[in-house]
Design a protein around this ligand. Structure first.
Ligand code: GDP
Ligand code: MG
Length: 173
């Protein structure tokens, strides 16, 4: 029997300028454009093929930072989350921790979360170190990876596919 199509929503959260839009666009098009419109939440649709059939994935690239204004989506209403920080910016990691706390205290408290350090190409200017991040990831039961939206799409694609697969499996069981 053909499996029913599953729909899932992934929200991409994080401080302004960390590369949320660059990551979403890289995942969807494999391209790095360099400049992205800001100030608007952008929703993208794609299809992921799992072993059990197609999964329609809605990716919300969020833009509102300082707790949501009325016009914004409920950024904590999703099946899974990508929380982005920049490896060059400690403030962005503090914001990622705040977002993790918010996710874990909302209704989607158990949702799969991928904590993604971006701008790995700027490793020479690194301010956020993996040991610190891995501890936070463990405390919050989330996956952690470091990527460069500017330099390479493979890690972004692989880690997002892994997040989608985990989410599908969590929703099916
Ligand atoms: P957002 O506000 O989180 O959506 O951030 P954007 O995706 O708009 O990116 C902010 C800026 O960082 C832009 O100028 C991007 O070109 C730049 N950027 C994004 N990802 C990377 C990266 O991996 N490396 C470098 N060096 N710059 C990046
Ligand atoms: Mg953006």
């Amino acid at each position: 029997m053909k499996a029913a199509t599953m729909n899932l929503r992934i929200n991409v959260l994080g401080a302004r300028g960390v590369g949320k839009s660059a990551i979403a666009v890289r995942y969807l098009t494999k391209r790095f454009i360099g400049e992205y419109s800001s100030g608007l939440d952008i929703s993208y649709q794609t299809t992921y093929t799992s072993g059990d059939g197609p999964v329609k994935v809605d990716i919300l690239d969020t833009s509102c930072q300082d707790d949501c204004q009325a016009s914004c989506h409920d950024v904590y209403d999703a099946d899974a989350f990508v929380v982005v920080y920049s490896v060059t910016d400690t403030d962005s990691f503090a914001e990622a921790r705040r977002q993790l706390d918010n996710i874990r205290s909302q209704s989607q408290a158990c949702a799969p979360v991928l904590l993604m350090g971006n701008k790995l190409d700027l490793d020479h200017a690194r301010k956020v170190f993996p040991s610190e991040v891995e501890q936070v990831a463990e405390e919050n039961s989330c996956q952690h990876t470091e990527v460069s939206a500017a330099e390479c799409h493979v890690l972004i694609v692989n880690s997002l596919h892994s997040l989608i697969a985990d989410t599908v499996s969590a929703l099916r069981h």
